[in-house]
Write a protein that binds this ligand. Structure first.
Ligand code: UT7
Length: 304
């Protein structure tokens, strides 16, 4: 489709495989599947869910929201539902919202789903971006856990002045957005200034991690894994060099799934969980960054 090579992609991004959703299949089917698996794994019934949150950059509809579709498909009849738009940081934003509701006692159980069909958003003539993104979904059920466990702290940030670095237009197309896509086949496809976002990401990943550690009174020595947004293995390598930690401390799935935007952190978490790489009491740092621009980090002490 484009002038590229497996060698370039692996060397410059660390991506070897990815999953691509069928064009005719709605992206919410991934979200529903992940949601059902998470509910089953949690041991609660769908009726016990009080709130459904979904992070997605690629909704099938603006309304109904993907969270409302999940509500219908899972039978979570007692749940309120809304979507969170924070691009690749969406999972961190979502679990931060969930944490507030649970801590205040307003809700007992929150289902948080991150679901993305990024390959539907890219232009397949744009070689800088079409090689990066994949499709997938991850989900968690959140609820009160024993003291000292769970989401211990989170940190969020944004910089709207640099929003033009990653755009997916919806109902408004100013000249500058038209110009960015002049060589595209799909004139409303995702645009990304990869170079500038790369510079932002290599600074932001360590910054958001350090900010989190500062407010959490914990050091990286106490952390089992950093689970970052999986955008590019070179970003991850550069960031951990800045943080001064060994590569083994970082949990990555980018090789297999590519960049699945907000779904990349919960998918990596699920991978680690299923492979029994995380055990009760392990501290995990989740750190995300992306469009908006947005960023965020969360410290979890695993309690399942
Ligand atoms: O999830 C949201 C956050 N997103 C990110 O974190 C993405 C951040 N950015 C990146 O990961 C990297 O910038 C990319 C992977 C997108 C690009 O890597 P890069 O090292 O920044 O490459 P570049 O854009 O500076 O391009 C280097 C060269 C150029 O050729 P010339 O001008 O040096 O001759 C590109 O035209 O590589 C060329 N190039 C390609 N060559 C083969 C760009 N894309 C490709 C390609 N195949 N697919």
């Amino acid at each position: 489709m484009v002038d590229t090579s497996d060698e370039w992609i692996i060397k410059r991004t660390g991506i070897s495989e990815r999953r691509i959703i069928d064009k005719e299949t709605p992206i919410y089917t991934l979200a529903v599947k992940a949601a059902r698996q998470a509910i089953e794994d949690s041991g609660i019934s769908p009726e016990q869910i009080d709130l459904i949150l979904v992070s997605t950059t690629t909704p099938d509809y603006l309304t109904p929201s993907t969270s409302c579709i999940i509500q219908k498909e899972t039978g979570a009849v007692n749940a309120a539902a809304f979507d969170v738009m924070a691009a690749c940081s969406g999972f961190i934003y979502g679990i931060t919202i969930a944490k507030q509701f649970i801590e205040t006692g307003y809700y007992k159980h929150v289902l948080m789903v991150s679901s993305e069909g990024m390959t539907k958003a890219v232009d397949w003539k744009d070689r800088k971006n079409c090689v990066l993104f994949g499709d997938g979904a991850g989900a968690v059920v959140l609820g009160k856990v024993e003291e000292g466990y769970g989401i211990l702290s989170t940190y969020l940030g944004s910089d709207g002045t640099k929003g033009n670095l990653i755009t997916i237009p919806c109902f408004y197309m100013p000249d500058e957005e038209v110009e960015k896509r002049k060589d595209y086949e799909n004139k409303i496809a995702l645009y990304q200034d990869g170079h500038e976002v790369f510079k932002f990401a290599v600074k932001m990943m360590p910054y958001a991690t350090e900010k989190l550690l500062e407010i959490s009174d914990i050091t990286l020595d106490d952390v089992k894994y950093i689970i970052p947004h999986q955008a590019n293995s070179r970003i991850i390598e550069s960031a951990i060099k800045r943080l001064g930690v060994a590569l083994e401390k970082v949990y990555t799935t980018i090789r297999k799934y590519g960049n699945i935007s907000s779904a990349s952190i919960p998918v990596a978490m699920d991978d680690a969980y299923r492979k029994k790489r995380i055990m009760k009491g392990d501290n995990l740092v989740l750190v995300g960054f992306g469009g908006g621009l947005t960023w965020g980090s969360a410290l979890l002490r695993w309690s399942k």
